[in-house]
Design a protein around this ligand. Structure first.
Ligand code: ADP
Ligand code: DP6
Ligand code: CO
Length: 330
């Protein structure tokens, strides 16, 4: 029996990953930049044993079917190959984040699984190797290896595509992100399918790629200068450009709902009234508001005029992946 357990926090992209150039290896079309958060995370344990006759994946206590086990099986196979074993595995995962709702459950979920496999099979992967491994489960997971800001450098091969921490002089500790959860149910179009459809059909896709390259440079400069407004402006614009690509796809689609627009408008209004805040959104209807930590209570109170307390979650910068004790002795 080989057991391992890990906890990984979700990360929200400030400059988005949107499109793959290699779907098997999960190599992205563009580099991306994220902030790992403390409010949402996944804990996953894995046991490999000769006594198991198949791979089983339990998420939040429920045995998952074949479709939901696919991404998990992919990492299990890679881990077995690397360790030179062929034992089946049982995976227990608990999401402290709504699953598949555009709140980045695949980032914490697949990073935690990668960490648990690394521990169980004593693969001794370095952070870079663990990032590459997690990437093959879900692209965004490669950034959840690190706390704070991380950049996924797109690279051009399995070896060269991984995330690294972004030097920030701990500026992330002065920031906050308020989640406006307008819908926590699973989205209809997964990130994987949404981005693929966009790469294949969106009229704006090439322009997106051009913009993403410039935007990431601007964002890194803003982080180096600890310039909140410069960072806010570029992340909000980058998110809008990503969402614009979906409208120009065939068939067209959007992750937005009326409540998403309500939250975005509220951010515009607050800004006009002199508040420091900008929004970003992922593949889902939920809106995330970036603000300085010192202003977060004021902005939270303002958002509460439009949204209930249950819909609002205040988050700060989170930690990188961590190993946990397994219940069963090795
Ligand atoms: P999200 O916005 O939540 O990241 P995605 O469409 O990117 O949405 O990914 C959701 C999928 O990620 C789920 O359907 C499931 O396949 C996988 N996933 C989520 N959480 C976990 C977990 N804890 N362990 C393994 N896989 C997970
Ligand atoms: C909009 O990492 O969830 O959140 O690699 O197919 O698993 P797969 O997709 P995923 O895509 C995330 C898309 C995004 C932007 C981002 O997180 O960078
Ligand atoms: Co995801």
């Amino acid at each position: 029996m080989h057991n391992g357990k890990a906890r990984a926090f979700t990360n929200i992209a400030l400059i988005k990953y949107w499109g793959k150039k290699d779907q098997q290896l999960i190599l992205p079309m563009n580099s991306s930049l994220s902030l790992t958060l403390d409010a949402f995370y996944t804990e996953t344990s894995v046991s490999f044993s000769k006594n198991y006759t198949e791979d089983l994946f339990y998420l939040d206590g429920r045995l998952q079917g074949e479709k939901n086990t696919q991404k998990v099986a992919r990492l299990l196979n890679l881990a077995r190959k690397q360790a030179g074993i062929n034992e089946h595995a049982v995976v227990y995962s608990q999401n402290f984040v709504p699953t598949a709702a555009g709140l980045a459950s695949s980032s914490s979920g697949l990073a935690a699984l990668a960490g648990a496999c690394n521990d169980a099979l004593e693969l001794n992967l370095s952070s870079t190797e663990l990032s590459r491994f997690a990437r093959k489960g879900s692209g965004s997971a490669c950034r959840s290896i690190y706390g704070g800001f991380a950049e996924w450098q797109k690279g051009d091969s399995d070896q060269t595509s991984y995330a690294l921490p972004v030097e920030s002089n701990h500026w992330e500790d002065d920031l906050a992100m308020i989640f406006v959860i307008v819908n926590d149910k699973a989205k209809k179009i997964s990130s994987r399918n949404g981005m693929q459809q966009t790469v294949e059909t969106s009229l704006y896709y090439n322009d997106w790629l051009k913009a993403a390259e410039t935007d990431i440079k601007t964002a890194k400069k803003a982080i180096a200068n600890q310039d909140f407004h410069a960072l806010g402006e570029v992340i909000e614009a980058n998110c809008l450009k990503m969402h614009a690509t979906t409208l120009a796809s065939t068939p067209p689609f959007s992750y937005w709902t009326p409540d998403s627009l309500k939250a975005m408008n509220k951010v515009y209004e607050m800004r006009q009234a002199g508040q420091n805040c900008y929004f970003t959104m992922d593949a889902g209807p939920n809106v995330k508001v970036l603000c300085p930590k010192k202003d977060s209570q004021k902005i939270y109170d303002e958002l509460q005029k439009e949204f209930s307390e249950q819909q609002l979650v205040l988050a700060h910068a989170g930690k990188g992946i961590e190993s946990l004790e397994t219940e069963v002795a090795k």
